[in-house]
Design a protein around this ligand. Structure first.
Ligand SMILES: NC(=O)c1ccc[n+]([C@@H]2O[C@H](COP(=O)([O-])OP(=O)(O)OC[C@H]3O[C@@H](n4cnc5c(N)ncnc54)[C@H](O)[C@@H]3O)[C@@H](O)[C@H]2O)c1
Length: 437
């Protein structure tokens, strides 16, 4: 497709559903309501604040992205989700302690209306959580069917034309793709037999994709990134994207590493450590759950630096990532990086980064952008893996055998060129020789 008029218009309301209504999801929800009321600005959201250059530099055409492609307006968004705690979005946001009480009180009436639906949950996949608000079913297939029923009811009750789902639930334990994920038939059999390699997030993903509801995974656990669900997404015409919101330390890494590489500066070591004290930090304190996060965080540098192509610069790179649960900090994470680099003639230098970030403040706009772009993708009849949304993700999902792109600048170029392509505009190569002809 390369004609903007061929993209279906975002008529009616768009439901954005989040499995998990914790710190990230409630910061996203309160943010949407606050921005809608004119109380805050959507800072950090490319769909709301970003521009896109069109045509030649001399044309001075730089519309806002939201004016350039037909995205759902924030006024047309309905919010909902699931959790294993019964707290409504106001209570959960108060508990998460990310946003000021004053702001939350201004939004209290609307936030209180967002009540979680009963989750699909199994403590075996998130050991540090004790909740009781979850569904009981004879098997995982029945649970998936209940989720589909929830989605239908939400759509009806909120008068939505379309729905998208973004996983904002806790990080589940590390699972590798196996036989049960190889085909849709085996997976559905696995759902009926309660196969242990089907975690709750995959049950949500299955329910969404089966119904043609676009799905993104904001956590690092295996979810929609398995063969059977990619195949199902193609069959049902559903866009999917995963995984793990790119915020905090990894965001910094994918900003810095491409810059150092661009200058052919070598890197001998990159040590990253974090302290954080929110519920996410508590869940990640369990080694099985941390393993999932670690794998997601470690892949980034290898792909950006390509040591196989540059053995003298990055062949011996020592990369270590640590997350330490430290309750006093709450959602105010502190991430330290020590980077040992080398320059001309092998002379050694160091870079120290100390990022005092607010995890959920960085993640909330990504939930919004992923939801709005997935909805756009579906109206543009794009289905399966949406690699152009890698920009938002730490472990971007790509076609099997294709190396994912981690360099944030390459990811941004890919995203913007995809939008230009969708709207029938020329792609921008930055060659620019014609200016000098
Ligand atoms: N904040 C960030 O910058 C960031 C970055 C990358 C990834 N993430 C991931 O995003 C996810 C959410 O982070 P958070 O800070 O909001 O965590 P959180 O602990 O505050 O919220 C997660 C919520 O999910 C709920 N939950 C767990 N399993 C569930 C299930 N099966 N169904 C429904 N609800 C379930 C929990 O009860 C909790 O309320 C985590 O997996 C985290 O690793 C966050």
């Amino acid at each position: 497709m390369s004609d903007k008029s061929a993209i279906k218009k975002p008529n009616g309301k768009l439901g954005i559903l989040t499995p998990g209504m914790g710190a990230v999801a409630t910061t996203f929800m309160a943010g949407v309501l606050s921005i809608r009321k004119g109380l805050s600005e959507p800072i950090g959201s490319l769909t709301q604040m970003g521009t896109i250059r069109l045509g030649k530099r001399t044309e001075n055409r730089n519309p806002l992205i939201k004016d350039f492609v037909p995205l759902a307006a924030l006024e047309d968004v309905a919010l909902g989700g699931w959790d294993i705690f019964e707290d409504n979005a106001y209570e959960a946001a108060m508990h998460a302690k990310v946003l000021d009480k004053d702001l939350l009180n201004d939004l209290k009436d609307e936030l209180e209306q967002i009540k979680p639906m009963k989750a699909v949950f199994d403590k075996n996949y998130v050991k540090r959580l004790e909740g009781s608000y979850y569904k009981k079913g004879v098997n995982k297939m029945e649970l998936a069917e209940m989720l589909m029923e929830d989605i239908k009811n939400f759509k009806k009750e909120n008068n939505c034309e379309r729905v998208v789902m973004v996983w904002c639930g806790s990080t589940e334990i590390y699972i590798e793709e196996g036989e049960v994920h190889s085909t849709i038939e085996k997976f559905e059999e696995g759902l009926r037999n309660n196969h242990p390699d089907i975690p709750p997030s995959m049950i949500y993903a299955y329910a969404a994709i089966k119904m043609g509801v676009p799905y993104a995974n904001g956590a690092p656990n295996l979810s929609c990134d398995v063969d059977c669900l990619v195949e199902l997404a193609k069959q049902t015409g559903t866009p999917i994207a995963g995984k793990d919101f790119k915020t905090g330390q990894t965001l910094m890494k994918t900003i810095l590493a491409p810059g150092l590489k661009a200058r052919s500066l070598g890197i001998d070591g990159w040590f990253s450590t974090n302290i954080l004290g929110n519920r996410d930090g508590e869940v990640l304190d369990d080694p099985d759950n941390f393993k999932t996060k670690e794998v997601s965080k470690l892949g980034v540098l290898e792909q950006v630096l390509e040591p196989e192509l540059h053995p003298k610069l990055y062949g011996n790179l020592y990369h270590k990532v640590r997350i330490n649960y430290y309750p006093p900090r709450g959602d105010d994470k502190e991430g330290w990086d020590n980077i040992d680099i080398k320059g001309w003639l092998g002379y050694k230098m160091q870079i120290k980064v100390d990022f005092l970030c607010k995890d959920s403040i960085l993640a909330a706009p990504l939930v919004l952008d992923l939801a709005l772009f997935l909805d756009l993708a579906q109206r543009a009849e794009m289905k399966g893996i949406q690699e152009w949304l890698s920009f938002y993700l730490k472990s971007p999902q790509a076609l099997k055998g294709l190396k994912p792109q981690h360099d944030i600048f390459v990811q941004l170029m890919k995203l913007k060129n995809t939008l230009r392509h969708l709207a029938g505009e020329d792609l921008i190569t930055n060659l620019g020789l014609d200016y000098y002809d």
